[in-house]
Design a protein around this ligand. Structure first.
Ligand SMILES: Nc1nc2c([nH]c(=O)n2[C@H]2C[C@H](O)[C@@H](COP(=O)(O)OP(=O)(O)OP(=O)(O)O)O2)c(=O)[nH]1
Length: 132
């Protein structure tokens, strides 16, 4: 029952978190988010996440852990987040984004996250911190 789920990755490499700046649609462009996208009918959330990271960033990633919580987005969608680690590739903004930034722990709040992502990023940081 993956009705209207958007999956997002708190993608880590070397202790840094990847933030992606949206290039569309106009109401979200310029805002920073966790890379990801919509789950397709019948698709597992974790599989959707790996697929989206491949499509959007050109990387292979490994899903690590669900971040507890669910955050409402527009149009009845909800955001679910997993921590993930980079397995191979160097992320590039191939789709949906025009800039990527690796954020060290003291830089996480230096970008303008989309509103829905502020609680999601806060929760993801708590999970990542606990895992260390
Ligand atoms: N991926 C992602 N989307 C987010 C986040 N925060 C947030 O408000 N959104 C919104 C933006 C979009 O309206 C929607 C996700 O759509 P998307 O465009 O990334 O999904 P998709 O890659 O499957 O694209 P499409 O099928 O619509 O072309 O959720 C976030 O952290 N990650």
């Amino acid at each position: 029952m993956n009705e209207r789920i958007v999956v997002g990755a708190a993608l880590y490499d070397d202790g840094r978190l990847l933030a992606a700046r949206r290039s569309a649609p106009p109401e979200l462009a310029g805002g920073w988010e966790l890379p990801g996208g919509k789950v397709e009918p019948g698709e597992r959330c974790e599989d959707a996440l790996v697929r989206e990271l491949r499509e959007e960033l050109g990387v292979e990633a490994e899903v690590v852990e669900r971040v507890p919580g669910e955050w409402p987005l527009a149009k009845g969608y909800v955001l679910r987040v997993w921590t993930a680690r980079l397995r191979s590739g160097d992320p590039e903004p191939l789709q949906d984004h025009d800039e990527l930034r690796w954020l060290a722990p003291d830089q996480v709040w230096s970008v303008e996250w989309l509103a829905a992502d502020v609680p999601a990023v806060t929760a993801a940081l708590a999970v990542a911190r606990a895992a260390r």
